[in-house]
Design a protein around this ligand. Structure first.
Ligand code: HEC
Length: 136
């Protein structure tokens, strides 16, 4: 049992190192800049959508993956591209649960930089449209 745990911890740390997520910094930035609306456990609230167990659904198709970066909370955040990539990856890994697709690849700094240049202004209808593409 202990061995299995150590093995899991080893693979998890490799995964993080390879994709350069500084867990502590990501968590700190989430707490500072996102958690006020998205809540500590990502459950959201009245007008803030639930990230917990859901965010990964957007990662199953390109427009959805782009959407997570183009929403105002992400695109206009004071975080650098590198930090935003890290926080989004952290949110997916920590809150995504079963919704995360098996082939999920971390956002990269460059990808974030490009997508941020196309922020969305009208969210509600577009979000509904996107979710209807994947039958949600
Ligand atoms: C002032 C409140 C607020 C803050 C702060 C905030 N968000 Fe959001 N976020 C929202 C709301 C509301 C939505 C729903 C879409 C919309 O109306 O923008 C949302 C949607 C999202 C989504 C898409 C989830 C979905 O299911 O539609 C992501 C990803 C996201 N925010 C990331 C972040 C990140 C990363 C931060 C911190 C850097 C952040 N947000 C800070 C309010 C906030």
């Amino acid at each position: 049992m202990k061995y299995v745990f150590l093995l899991a911890a080893y693979f998890f740390s490799m995964h993080c190192a390879a994709n350069e997520i500084d867990e502590q910094r990501a968590k700190y930035n989430y707490q500072m800049f996102c958690q006020g609306c998205h809540t500590p456990n990502g459950m959201g609230g009245e007008s803030v959508p639930r990230i917990n167990g859901f965010i990964g659904n957007f990662l199953t198709f390109p427009e959805g993956r782009e959407f997570l970066v183009r929403v105002p909370g992400s695109a206009y955040s004071p975080l650098s591209n590198k930090e935003l990539a890290e926080v989004l990856n952290w949110m997916v890994i920590n809150f995504g649960g079963d919704s995360i697709p098996k082939d999920f690849k971390n956002y990269t700094e460059n990808e974030i930089g490009a997508l941020r240049l196309k922020p969305l202004n009208e969210i509600d209808n577009y979000r509904k449209e996107l979710l209807s593409i994947i039958g949600l």
